[in-house]
Design a binder for this molecule. Sequence first.
Ligand code: PBG
Length: 327
Amino acid sequence: MSYPEIRPRRLRRTPAIRRLVSETRVDPAELIVPMFVKEGLTEPRAIASLPGVLQHSRDSLRKAAVEAVQAGVGGIMLFGVPEHRDPTGSGGIDPNGILNVAIRDVVTEVGDATVVMSDLCLDEFTSHGHCGLLTPGGDVDNDATLDAYAEMAVAQAAAGVDVVGPSGMMDGQVGVARRALDAAGHTDVAVLAYAVKYASAFYGPFRDAVESALEGDRRTYQQDPANLRESLREVALDVAEGADMVMVKPALPYLDVVSAVRAAVDVPVAAYQVSGEYAMVEAAAANGWIDRERVMLETLTSIKRAGAQIILTYWAVEAAGLLRQRY
Ligand code: PBG
C-alpha cells in the first residue's frame, strides 16, 4: 500500500486554516442592491415572484436606501415603475417622472455614502414594453431610441445620479449617453454599461416587479445565449465608446462569459444576479430543499471567483450582514 505524501486535505482541516487559504472573499462594498419604486404608492408592496423584494413608495425607498447604506453595500441601482405609460416612454425623460424623482430623493437622503445608480432604459416606461421606440412597422428603432436615451441620461444626471446604466442593448448607446452627459456638463457621471445582456428567460420575475407590458420578446436586441465571442465584441465596443465599467447579465448561467470578459478588459467588471436566479433559490429554499443562506453565499462567491468584482444582487443587504459575521 502506498500512501500519499502530498495531502491537500491538510489545508481544509479546521475553519481557521480554511479561512487562511481562502482565495475569494465577497466584500459588502462590492454588492449593489437593485430597488424598485412605484409611482403613486403610499405603502410598499410585495412582489409575489421575488419574495423579500418590494415595490417601494417614495417614502419607503428613502428608508430602504438608508438601511442599505448602514449595511455597507457599495451601491443602489434604481428602477422606476410609472403609473402611466406611452409609446415613447416619455415618463423616463420627464424630470418629474418617478425614476428621476426617486433619484433625487435617494441622493438627498444618502448623499455620497453609497453610489446611486439608475437603469437607463425605456422598457418600464413604454406602453408596448420594449426597451426603445418602435417604427411604424413595430420594429425597435435603434437610432430614434438613442436620441431618447441621450435625453434620459441627462435627466438622470440632472436628478443627481452618480452612475447611469444603459441596459437597452441598442447599438451605440454608451457613446450617445457619454456625449450627451458631457455636452450637458455632467462629465463626472459614470457609465456602467450593460455591455453583455442575453435574451434570457431568467428576467421573468423582474418583469412582474416593473409590471412590464411586453408581449413577445427582446431577441432582436438582446443576445443569443449560445454566443460567447459576441459578448467580447459588445464589451470592446462599449469600452471604446467610453464605458467606465461593464456588466454581464445574467450571472450564474454565464460564468464563462464573466471570466472571458474579465480577461479581455481592464475596466471593472460587474455581473447581475438577475431576478430568476434569485427566485429559483428562494423557491427551493421555501420548500426546504436547499439551505438558503449557504446557497446565497455560494452563488455570490462563485460569481466573484469567475471574475466579477461588482455584483448586483437582490440579496445585497442581507448578504452584507451575513458576510460581516463571517469574516
Ligand atoms: C431593462 C432591464 C431588465 C432587467 C434589468 N434591466 C429587464 C429586461 O431586459 O427584460 C432584468 C433584471 C432582473 O431580471 O433582475 N430595463
